[in-house]
Design a protein around this ligand. Structure first.
Ligand SMILES: O=C(O)CCC(=O)C(=O)O
Ligand SMILES: [Fe+2]
Length: 328
């Protein structure tokens, strides 16, 4: 870890209590002591906060700058073009400005984004004469960040002693890429809500941002805390599906975005989702933690979220796949 990053870790620990986990250690290989202690840190952070800040050096500065440069270019396209990004799964396509509406927040989606075909079809919609640079940079970024997401998922499975389920889980999972753009509010509009309080319907979310801060999470005592993380790091959040998979051990963190800055905010999230049925590993249900959830269709859950946005994540999961009253 760079000296500046180390200073940041110390400051973050003092300012807000979101755990910071370092994935840059050379020796972070399965079976080593640093791997085992990092698995434990991931589990503790998820159980306690539903999120953590991750330091990792897989994505280098040039690639990250290229990706965020493309996001600017992407959100600057005419709204009619961005609206071509559609999907039959809720939250997987363009969200934001409708013609003549004045909104600051916009978001787009690339489904099953680790495949070059998915990135290319998206790019062809946005730039019909092609944009090879976009495809190359995005594809390589998505692959590097998804590897980080896979490693974290593996660590979580290992920390619960259920690593034997990991391979089939990952084989049946994909990553949705969602870039978010937030325009700067006008002078008299400080502290505008960019993204409303929500939890992600994903299994796991891995998020990066540019230099414009804004992400906040609700702490257990009910206060909103700013997540102060440098653009080189990631915020990793538990999604709704992880609450069910972990049989109620991990609660996703409620988060929102408040825009205050002088520059436009861009963030990009990779959201893992299961293409089939998510099931609580049988080892995670016992007398202390009786089984609380039926196996459920993750994409079916995404569809269930839309008409049930007013419910808390616990209420929603209980209504969708709960087995008993007390689920979290
Ligand atoms: O922009 C951010 O930091 C958060 C975006 C977010 O919560 C989301 O895409 O689900
Ligand atoms: Fe989110």
């Amino acid at each position: 870890m760079e000296i500046n990053d180390q200073i940041f870790v110390l400051q973050t620990k003092q300012k807000n209590s979101i755990p910071v986990i370092d994935f840059t250690k050379q020796s972070l290989n399965p079976g080593t002591s640093s791997w085992i202690s990092t698995c434990k840190a991931v589990r503790e952070a998820m159980e306690e906060y539903g999120c953590f800040i991750a330091f990792d050096n897989k994505v280098d500065f040039e690639l990250r700058s290229a990706v965020f440069g493309f996001l600017e270019e992407l959100f600057d396209l005419p709204v009619e073009k961005k609206m071509l990004n559609t999907s039959n799964i809720p939250f997987f396509g363009y969200i934001g400005k409708m013609p003549n509406a004045d909104q600051l927040y916009e978001s787009m989606g690339i489904e099953d984004s680790t495949t070059i075909d998915a990135v290319q079809s998206f790019a062809n919609l946005m730039w019909p004469s092609g944009n090879n640079q976009f495809c190359e940079s995005m594809h390589s970024y998505i692959n590097q960040v998804s590897q980080l997401g896979d490693m974290m998922t593996r660590m979580l499975f290992e920390s619960y002693g259920v690593e034997n389920y990991y391979d089939s889980h990952v084989k049946s999972s994909s990553y949705l890429l969602r870039p978010n753009g937030y325009k700067v509010p006008k002078d008299n509009e400080a502290n505008i809500l960019g993204a409303i309080p929500h939890t992600d319907a994903s299994f796991l979310t891995v998020l990066q941002q540019n230099e414009a801060p804004g992400l906040e999470i609700k702490s257990k005592d009910g206060t909103w805390i700013s997540v102060d993380f440098p653009p080189s790091s990631f915020v990793v959040m538990a999604g709704d599906a992880l609450l069910a998979w972990s049989n109620g051990r991990i609660s996703p963190c409620l988060h929102r975005v408040t825009i205050t800055g002088k520059i436009s905010r861009y963030s990009v999230g990779l959201f893992s989702y299961h293409n089939g049925i998510v099931e609580v590993p049988k080892e995670l249900a016992d007398e202390k933690y009786p089984l609380k959830f039926k196996p459920f269709d993750h994409l079916g859950y995404y569809r269930f979220v839309v008409p049930n946005l007013a419910l808390s994540v616990e209420e929603r999961l209980k209504a969708f796949c709960g087995l008993q009253d007390d689920i979290a």
